[in-house]
Design a protein around this ligand. Structure first.
Ligand code: GAR
Length: 201
C-alpha cells in the first residue's frame, strides 16, 4: 500500500521541497504526497507544491477559532483520503482533541535535539536563537510523532549538527536544515509509511 500523505506548511516550505525531491528520486516508495495544506495563503510552499503537480488547499488560521480551523482541516484531509500527516514548518499548534483522532499518524520536524529548545514558543529562528544564547556546541533536528504535548510525542529520528564560532540564528538554521532536517524528514516519512500496513485515518 502507498500511504497518501498530506504535508502541512505555513511558510517557505524547504522541508516540503526535500520531501518532493526525495519522492521524485524514488526514495519514498511507500508514500505519495497527495496534498499540501497551508495555514497561510501567501506561503511560498504552495508554489512549490503547484510546481510539483501536487494538489493544494488553504486552511487559514487567522480570524478563525481553533475549532473552526480544525474542522476545515479535518474535512479537507478526509476529502483527500489522507493516511499520514506531516507537519513541515507548520506554525499552528493542533489541539489535543484534533491530534487524538490521528494517533501516530502525524509527524513533525523540529529544529533542535528534543528535549532541548522545544515546546510552546519554540519555533523557527527562535529555536536557534535560544540555542546560541544558551551556548550549546551541538544542536540538530528531531522528527517525532505529534501528541497532545507540544513537541512531546515519541521520537522517530534525530541528527546532531555542530554549532560553529560566529554562528547567527540564520546561519545555524541553514546548517541544521541542510545537514539534518532535509535528510531526516523524507527518510522518517518513508519509514513510518512503510510500517503502516494499510490502516487509514
Ligand atoms: C524548519 O526549520 C522547521 O523545522 C521549523 O520551521 C522551519 C520551517 O522551514 N519548525 C518549527 O520550528 C516547528 N516547531 P520550511 O518552511 O522551509 O520547511
Amino acid at each position: 500500500m502507498t500511504a497518501r500523505v498530506a504535508v502541512l506548511v505555513s511558510g517557505g516550505g524547504t522541508n516540503l521541497q526535500a520531501i518532493l525531491d526525495a519522492s521524485a528520486r524514488g526514495e519514498m516508495p511507500s508514500a505519495k504526497v497527495a496534498l499540501v495544506v497551508s495555514s497561510n495563503p501567501e506561503a511560498f510552499a504552495l508554489e512549490r507544491a503547484r510546481r510539483a503537480g501536487v494538489e493544494t488547499a488553504v486552511c487559514p488560521r487567522a480570524g478563525r477559532t481553533q475549532a473552526e480551523f480544525e474542522a476545515g482541516l479535518e474535512s479537507v484531509l478526509r476529502a483527500h483520503e489522507i493516511d499520514l500527516i506531516v507537519l513541515a514548518g507548520f506554525m499552528t499548534i493542533l489541539s489535543a482533541a484534533f491530534v487524538s483522532k490521528y494517533p501516530e499518524r502525524i509527524l513533525n520536524v523540529h529544529p533542535s535535539l528534543i528535549p532541548s529548545f522545544c515546546g510552546a514558543g519554540f519555533y523557527g529562528l527562535r529555536v536557534h536563537r535560544a540555542a546560541l544564547d544558551y551556548g550549546v556546541k551541538v544542536t540538530g533536528a528531531t522528527v517525532h510523532f505529534v501528541n497532545e504535548i507540544p513537541d512531546g510525542g515519541r521520537i522517530i529520528a534525530q541528527k546532531a549538527v555542530d554549532v560553529l564560532e560566529g554562528d547567527t540564528p540564520e546561519s545555524l538554521q541553514r546548517r541544521v536544515m541542510e545537514q539534518a532536517e532535509w535528510v531526516l524528514l523524507p527518510r522518517a516519512v518513508e519509514k513510518v509509511a512503510s510500517e503502516m500496513g494499510g490502516t487509514s485515518i
